[in-house]
Design a binder for this molecule. Sequence first.
Ligand SMILES: CC/C=C\C/C=C\C/C=C\C/C=C/C(=O)SCCNC(=O)CCNC(=O)[C@H](O)C(C)(C)COP(=O)(O)OP(=O)(O)OC[C@H]1O[C@@H](n2cnc3c(N)ncnc32)[C@H](O)[C@@H]1OP(=O)(O)O
Ligand SMILES: Cc1cc2nc3c(=O)[nH]c(=O)nc-3n(C[C@H](O)[C@H](O)[C@H](O)COP(=O)(O)OP(=O)(O)OC[C@H]3O[C@@H](n4cnc5c(N)ncnc54)[C@H](O)[C@@H]3O)c2cc1C
Length: 661
Amino acid sequence: MDYLADERKKAEFDVDEMKIVWAGSRHAFEVSDRISKLVANDPGFRKDTRTMLARKELFKNTLRKAAYAWKRIHDLHLSEEEASRLRFYVDEPAYTDLHWGMFVPAIKGQGTDEQQKKWLPLAYKMQIIGCYAQTELGHGSNVQGLETTATFDPQTDEFVIHSPTLTSSKWWPGGLGKVSTHGVVYARLIINGEEHGIHGFIVQLRSLEDHLPLPGVTVGDIGMKFGNGAYNTMDNGVLRFDHVRIPRNQMLMRVSQVTRDGKYKQSDVPRQLVYGTMVYVRQTIVADASCALSRAVTIATRYSAVRRQFGSQNGGPETQVIDYKTQQNRLFPLLASAYAFKFVGEWLTWLYNDVTQRLQASDFSTLPEAHACTAGLKSLTTTATADGIEECRKLCGGHGYLCSSGLPELFAVYVPACTYEGDNTVLLLQVARFLMKTVSQLGSGKKPLGTISYMGKIEHLMQSRCTVQKAEDWLKPSQVLEAFEARAVKMAVSCAKNLSKFTNPEEGFAELSADLVEAAVAHCQLIVVSKFIDKLQQDIPGKGVKQQLEALCGIYYLYLLHKHQGDFLATSYLTPKQAALANDQLRALYTKVRPNAVALVDSFNYTDHFLGSILGCYDGNVYPKLYDAAWKDPLNDSVVPEGYHEYVRPLLKQQLHTAKL
Ligand SMILES: CC/C=C\C/C=C\C/C=C\C/C=C/C(=O)SCCNC(=O)CCNC(=O)[C@H](O)C(C)(C)COP(=O)(O)OP(=O)(O)OC[C@H]1O[C@@H](n2cnc3c(N)ncnc32)[C@H](O)[C@@H]1OP(=O)(O)O
Ligand SMILES: Cc1cc2nc3c(=O)[nH]c(=O)nc-3n(C[C@H](O)[C@H](O)[C@H](O)COP(=O)(O)OP(=O)(O)OC[C@H]3O[C@@H](n4cnc5c(N)ncnc54)[C@H](O)[C@@H]3O)c2cc1C
């Protein structure tokens, strides 16, 4: 029985067409749909006991699943796209994420043609397994501060990789702890006593015969992490080198080279390309944020439609909690954010591909913008997604706290995204630097392009005032864009003015960093809003689909406007009356979305297996499933728990004895 059937009947749009919009294309939808069902129907990919397993058992099970996934990919002759979808739907962090997601891209992006020819075929066949070993015990954010050394030995034509201090131990790389045979290791290059900064080196860590660490290598897992199951399926590792020698041709030499006679040569490409893998992964993290958020929102929306609390009239049913405006005000902006992040993720993938093509043609002009966009959007989307998952847990009341809701594990797996690939505050400070540089160059005749082109309208934006007179005026895209542009430009200019009061710009930057982060957030929110609005300019087929997306876009920007109304009011773009009208319009949009809410989450097309949540199951049959699941907990295997006779019964006896006294 479908307990959500009535909700589904209310939908005012074509769900099948929305599924295609969400997937990105009909082809992408068909691949995702087929592969997600394949995974869901294969008992080899079960994950329902994951939160109850001890670490060793959990980890062994992940190794089994990764090997099984690899076998299925081969047996079924899956394409690269299908294989990547399969790994996604298996939904278990594993060493393979780092092998495919960072080790291979690092070699592709930073290796010469010759190096790629040598290493990539081995990696593609998984005859070697690699990790990305950058972060150390003492330094993560400050990449320039890494201490591992790679000293060139001209006698033997080798680099000597060494960990000179405890804090230089590599610490965190995923897949390193127990599995990787190789790593791209980042180290400080030293030639003839002279330092040349951080470079990547391919280093073999373990024997391909017996998996033992090679001489001079000390390697292991760094220990349990936050949450049950969750990211503990990953072997984040510690690694130390004691004068380990590698051939010279194992330095990744696309950006700079070391010759046989020990000369350091810098190509004409910017040295920042050494950080290129991080730009690539930040882009994929943005594209993935909408998946994690939409998953949590599916659970919270379906459960909010099933759950009833208070408000029974004449013995009739109680109110569905989704009908409370407070619930809508917490839930619908997250639903809207999931769609917003999907579209900004698609755009960022386009931007990344564009900058990659330009780099190949030696056009480096858009690299700073690509760095700022990937860094800023990674920060914005992961912060909002992690907070959003936790909000979804609370939206599910007490039952959200059960592991069987799927939300605690989803949060535990997702929340480190706010830290890895760049701490979110550190990344916003990079955006702020980019903004300050842009503002300082405004008078120089250099025209700001792309996501900062609005800075070119600075004179207009500094003076313009909002023209909204009634709530519906807030539905005009041009009005909304101007509001977000004016806020972003005014916040950036205000920071720039304050910075100019300092004689030492770095001191000023440090002192004003909290304001700078807020200016960076305003800029990034503008990007997300503008890409959602751009999406709506496209031809979007399907009955009612565009109208629903327009409503969601409105919810996204009006919610932001309401949340940050202090910024908008302080920059004098809005009057308090206009801010209040925005809030009226926001409430009207909640009412519009309400009958479509369940269908809007159905459009994500997630299987019950992928959701991994009793509260979010498609048929909404929550209570019997919760009740049954409780009895399956290992603690209920016996009526009297282990330990009773040892620890509880003596207490009870003692109490009886005391009572007699
Ligand atoms: C498909 C994917 C599947 C799986 C993977 C996904 C998830 C798996 C889960 C986890 C994996 C996690 C992996 C990791 O965490 S790897 C380690 C990541 N570490 C970081 O992100 C460190 C963060 N720190 C930095 O990025 C930088 O070093 C920082 C930019 C903060 C340093 O700042 P600093 O000012 O010291 O920079 P400089 O190095 O001096 O550079 C100055 C100059 O360069 C520009 N810049 C900086 N970074 C980049 C870049 N990445 N690209 C281009 N340009 C860059 C910077 O703006 C300055 O420019 P300018 O002002 O013009 O001189
Ligand atoms: C689950 C997980 C997986 C990871 N996987 C990998 C991997 O595969 N490979 C790898 O190399 N690394 C990996 N990492 C490491 C990760 O990239 C770093 O932890 C991350 O870059 C943050 O660096 P940090 O730990 O040095 O934090 P810190 O920089 O020490 O941050 C601590 C605090 O200081 C603040 N802070 C730091 N610098 C500044 C500043 N300049 N201004 C203001 N505030 C500042 C931060 O905002 C934060 O609040 C992983 C980490 C995690 C949690």
